[in-house]
Design a protein around this ligand. Structure first.
Ligand code: G6P
Ligand code: MN
Length: 440
């Protein structure tokens, strides 16, 4: 028997990707002995719990599984809280996309108008959750995957300080692909930015920066996902390897055009696919097979939609592995370094100390601290500052309930081109989201 005693609470426990997290916890090194799934939707909760129970059959030391729709009950006794909620569900993601596209703007779930709308309805919920955690489980470590992850982590940090740590799989996946392309799996990467707005700016190997070796070779660059996404020429022009989400900035007009022409958005596709999947999960005798089939289908669409080749989530290193690595380092007090969303504390001089940034961190039993030496490419500095200003306006709108400040948040986003457009977007979002009625 494994000596795993820690209690992990998963908020958004009825979410489609929860079995990935539970699958990671089946690893013999996992410190987690019990899992509590919390969700506001009892149907989804029951469906996903069935999948987890089927996963557990294959592993004698699998963590126990409980479910509840009561937040206080869920949080009581928690050592770790993993938050992956989606306020207004995938229906909300579709509204984020469609209201923006109707204005000729991007409605991506985390970038542009969609990300601001999603933030405006999520921050009040994340704030309430953070307050409850502080009351009920003040010693718990909180791992935030709820998007927009940087902004939501900053909202929660107002109550939880450095006890909340935001995660994303994209920076570490980029780092892994870059060192593999260079054939230097032990090299260390320099990376910095905000969540979904960061750059890989160097690769340290035997005391030298070997990134130029990559930048000078089109075939090496185009041997991995981000290299193909941006193309070798663009990456050389930028002088750094951008996070995949910078596609929405660097190729903005082309993407808006493509999204407007596409038969369905990412949110519409996922909504359709997941409706079918959850219906199957509650009726089928083999929930794990049904879930696996839906997951394979979802993964295959990355290839079809982006023309990139299959995502390498399948080979490991997805967000569930980042979460597990983080919990392991904390629970076992085993020092490691990971790229995480934490308060800046002087790491990036262009932002204040409380701004949550995404940078390499030293992690051990005392938590995560940003490592010194992170830097943003000069051309990206203004973009980072403008996005942080937009995020700060979201936080301020959420705490004051001011619609004007919410419009300001939209208008300050680097991808929204005017105040009148921002105002119309706000009207469109408020007409569709009861969660935004607090903005007056
Ligand atoms: C990555 C990002 C997440 C994002 C997800 C979207 O994992 O790091 O922040 O939510 O992709 O994937 P989806 O399948 O929902 O489009
Ligand atoms: Mn992410």
């Amino acid at each position: 028997m494994r000596m795993s005693t820690k209690r992990l609470v998963i908020l958004g426990g009825g979410g489609f990707r929860v079995p990935l997290v539970y699958g990671a916890l089946l690893s013999p090194s996992s410190p987690i002995g019990s899992v509590v799934l919390h969700d506001v939707d009892p149907g989804r909760l029951a469906a996903i719990a069935r999948v987890l129970r089927a996963q557990a059959l294959s592993s004698p030391a699998a963590p126990s599984i409980e479910t509840t729709t009561d937040l206080t009950e869920a949080l009581t006794g928690a050592d770790f809280v993993f938050s992956a909620i989606r306020v207004h569900g995938l229906e909300g993601r579709v509204i984020d996309e469609r209201v923006a596209l109707a204005e000729g703007m991007l409605g991506q779930e985390t970038v542009g108008a969609g990300g601001i709308s999603y933030g405006l309805r999520t921050v009040p919920v994340a704030d309430a959750i953070a307050r409850r955690i502080k009351l009920v489980a003040p010693d718990a470590w909180v791992i935030n995957f709820t998007n927009p992850a940087g902004l939501v982590t900053e909202a929660m940090a107002a109550h939880l300080g450095d006890r909340v740590i935001g995660i994303c799989d994209s920076p570490s996946a980029l780092g892994r692909r870059v060192v593999r392309a260079l054939g230097l799996p032990d090299a260390r990467v320099s990376y910095a930015g905000l969540n979904h707005l960061g750059w890989l700016t160097g690769v340290q190997h035997e005391g030298a920066d070997v990134l130029p070796r990559l930048l000078n070779s089109s075939s090496l660059l185009e041997s991995f996902e981000e290299g193909r996404l941006f193309g070798a020429a663009k990456i050389r022009e930028l002088g750094a390897v951008p996070n995949e989400y910078l596609h929405y900035y660097y190729d903005h007009a082309a993407l808006v055009k493509a999204e407007l022409a596409a038969p369905e958005t990412r949110g519409e596709y996922l909504l359709r696919q997941q409706r079918e999947c959850y219906a199957m999960l509650s009726s089928q005798s083999s929930p794990l097979e049904a879930w696996n089939a839906a997951r394979r289908q979802r993964d295959a669409t990355y290839m079809a939609m982006e023309g990139l080749g299959e995502r390498d989530d399948a080979e490991g290193g997805g967000y569930e592995d980042v979460a597990l690595a983080l919990m392991l380092a904390i629970a076992r007090d085993a020092p490691t370094s990971l790229i995480l969303n934490v308060r800046n504390q002087g790491t990036l001089p262009l932002l204040d100390d409380d701004a949550v940034v995404e940078v390499p961190c030293a992690v051990d039993g005392s938590g995560a601290r940003p490592l010194p030496g992170a830097s943003i490419p000069a051309h990206g500095a203004e973009l980072v500052k403008r996005l942080k200003a937009a995020e700060r306006a979201v936080l301020s709108a959420a705490s004051s309930g001011s619609r004007s400040v919410a419009v300001r948040a939209l208008a300050s986003h680097p991808l929204i081109d005017s105040v009148p457009v921002a105002r119309r977007l706000m009207t469109g979002y408020q007409a569709n989201f009861p969660e935004l009625s607090y903005l007056r």
